[in-house]
Each structure stands twice: as C-alpha cells, then as structure tokens.
Design a protein around this ligand. Structure first.
Ligand SMILES: *[C@@H]1O[C@H](CO)[C@@H](O)[C@H](O)[C@H]1NC(C)=O
Ligand SMILES: *[C@@H]1O[C@H](CO)[C@@H](O)[C@H](O)[C@H]1NC(C)=O
Ligand SMILES: *[C@@H]1O[C@H](CO)[C@@H](O)[C@H](O)[C@H]1NC(C)=O
Length: 344
C-alpha cells in the first residue's frame, strides 16, 4: 500500500510542478471558500441520507486543496456536523432547522468529503460519514436529570410508538398512517416515568375506516402521491397515565422517497437501528455523476493528499522563522475553524 501511495505521488508530482502558478496560501477553515465547499458538502450529505434527521455544520476541522490544473482543484474536507430537529423527509430547508441542544442528547456526525472545483463550480465526488450520540456521562455532568437517548428497539419505546399510532389512527378522518421509522426516543424515570418518541410516518391508500376492515391491504401511497409526515408521542406511565400524540403530514413532495432499509420495517426499525440510540449517517457515498473514480481510488487520494498538505505546513513554518517587525500579530491558526453551535 505504501509503495502504491508513493508511486501515485511520484506519478502526480510532475503534473503539479508543471502548473506554473505560485503555491497558493493555504486555505483557512473559516475562509469563505472553505465555507462554500462545506455548504455544498452538507447539502450533498443530507440529500443522500435516508434515515433520521438532517445534519448542520458545526465546524470545519480541516481543509486541503490539491491543485489539478488551471481552474481545477480537488478539495478534501473534514467536517463536524450536529443533528437538527428536522427529519430527513421534512421539506424545511436546512437553514431553518434548529440544531438539537446539548441537553437534548446531541448527536454528532463526522464526515470526510472529497469535492472538485472546476471553474468555480463545486461538486461532491465522495463522502464518508459516521455519527454517534454524545456520551451519557457528558450530559449527566451538565444536566443530571436530563433523560438520555434510549435504544430504538427498547420495549417501552416500541410500545409507545405503537400506542401513539393506534391512538392517532383511531381519531383521524384522513388517511391511515403507517410507521416508517423511529427517529429517536428518550425515557425519563424521575420525577415521573415518561417515554418520549419521535417517528416518521407515511400515508396509506386506506382511510382509517378501511384500515379497520383489513389493515394488511393498506399500502403506502405510490411514489407520485406519497405523503410523509412525522409524529411525536409522549407517554406518561407513572405516577398517572397519559398519552399525547402529535402528527404532522408534509403533503406530497415530488421526488422525495423513503428508502426501505430491509424487508420488514413494520416495527419501524431499520436493521441498522436495532440496539442503537441514533441512526448512523455511516454510509459511504460515491457521486456517480461527478466521480470518475472508485471508492478505493478516493481513499488512496485522501491518503496521498496528506503529505502534500504537510509539506505546505512545513514550508509555512520555515517562512515563520524570518524575523518579524516588532508588534507583528501572527494570524490565527487556519484550522480547525470556529464552532457554530457548541463543542461536543
Ligand atoms: C425559513 O426562514 C426564513 C427566514 O427566517 C423565512 O423567511 C422562511 O419563511 C422560512 N422557511 C420555512 C420553510 O420555514
Ligand atoms: C391499497 O392498495 C393495495 C395494493 O395496491 C390494494 O390491494 C388495496 O385494495 C388498496 N386499498 C384501498 C382501500 O384502496
Ligand atoms: C435490542 O437490540 C440489541 C442488539 O441487537 C439486543 O441485544 C437487545 O436485547 C434488544 N433489546 C430488546 C428490548 O429487544
């Protein structure tokens, strides 16, 4: 592998040398150019994610630009994202989505994204993300009474979702709703025993009345009529008993589809969601439109980009040895960039 990377570098170096431009100043993580690339990356990631919630940018960790020729760059981004309250199927634009607070048990996403910029136009070639909920210890330190994320296959969570959906369907005069997936759930034990769940739903071709006769025949509406929505349900189990359900349907959104993760989603559990507290953003996306390369090629080029960046840093460090006039304020370190929401 090392030999292969070295070989790629050897092959690539003369090409880089042939570009007559002066070495560009390294891009800082908070530069407008970096932010534009990050925005394109985040939009791409949300556009290719099928479960859970939309993610928003929290911080640009690192950026590396590898010139490929005149007006052509490859850009490698490392991004920290945070889960928002907007379900992935929601039509709300990301800019209007609230990031979930730290105390609500935040979920962080880490992404590596490769983009190309040709004549000023950015396109994502590949992205690799994974996400994880903040540790319980972190939250309990700040908020000892905050309920934590529960596993989505928890018996009480499944029970609450099913009771909530039955309750909604027994009262609605509109379409009978089917569960698509559980988004997140929390169980509180003090002062009362409360189960809070959020789940995505889809309208079926049955009225609630028709569903009573034969629920098995009720199918999600076909793609050209699909109507998705989202429910929150709060079940109080002690000291008293109570169930509150609130569902909102988005209306038909052309082009928006729900990808079934497996054969049986009747329980609202994607196979990847069994036993975990949050949906993983962990899919490796390869943009078939922009990509001329296989995923292994991307990994190789990510590896081979590092030495280039290191060399740039080393050169910059040497320049710093030049004596500076008195009163010189060194610029802030270019990366990582500013935190937009909170540190996790
Ligand atoms: C998003 O926010 C902007 C600015 O606050 C507002 O004008 C717009 O109506 C909002 N859009 C949605 C879909 O909520
Ligand atoms: C819903 O669609 C299914 C499959 O196409 C069909 O068998 C069923 O009769 C439909 N139900 C209603 C109420 O139209
Ligand atoms: C949830 O899934 C995990 C992992 O598959 C399993 O160990 C656990 O027993 C499941 N919990 C319930 C309540 O089914």
């Amino acid at each position: 592998m090392k030999a292969l990377v070295a070989l790629i570098l050897l092959v690539q170096l003369p090409i880089h040398k042939a570009v007559p431009a002066a070495p560009p100043a390294p891009l800082g993580c908070d530069d407008p150019e970096s932010e534009a690339a990050a925005e394109a990356a985040v939009n791409y990631i949300n556009g290719h994610s099928h479960h859970g919630y939309k993610f928003a940018l929290n911080r640009i960790e690192d950026i590396r630009v590898v010139p490929q020729g005149p007006n052509k760059d490859i850009i490698f981004l490392e991004l920290d994202l945070l889960e928002t309250k907007c379900p992935i199927l929601s039509p709300t634009p990301l800019a209007n989505c609230t990031v979930r607070s730290f105390a609500e048990h935040a979920v962080e996403g880490d992404c590596d994204v490769k983009l190309q910029k040709v004549d000023g136009t950015l396109s994502v070639i590949a992205s690799k993300c994974h996400s994880h909920a903040d540790s319980s210890e972190d939250i309990l330190k700040v908020c000892p009474d905050c309920p934590l994320l529960a596993r989505m296959n928890d018996t009480e969570v499944l029970e609450t979702v099913s009771a909530a959906l039955n309750d909604y369907n027994s009262k609605t005069t509109d379409s009978y709703l089917r569960l698509l997936e559980i988004g997140r759930a929390k169980i509180q034990y003090h002062p009362g025993h409360v189960v809070v769940t959020e789940f995505a739903v889809g309208a079926t071709n049955c009225s609630a009345e028709e569903a009573k006769a034969n629920v098995g025949a009720c199918q999600l509406l076909p793609e050209d009529q699909s109507n998705f929505g989202f429910c929150t349900a709060v079940m109080v189990k002690a000291p008293s008993q109570d169930l509150q359900v609130d569902c909102q349907l988005y209306g038909h959104q052309p082009g928006v589809t729900y990808t079934h993760p497996g054969q049986d989603t009747s329980a609202g559990l994607a196979p990847s969601a069994v036993g975990v507290t949050n949906h993983n953003l962990g899919i490796f996306h390869n943009n078939p439109v922009a990509s001329e390369s296989s995923s292994s090629e991307i990994l190789r080029s990510m590896l081979s980009a590092k030495p280039v960046a290191k060399r740039a840093v080393a050169e910059a460090a040497q320049h710093d040895k030049v004596p500076r006039p008195v009163g010189f304020v060194p610029p802030p370190p270019p990366c990582p960039g500013r935190i937009r929401h909170f540190d996790i």
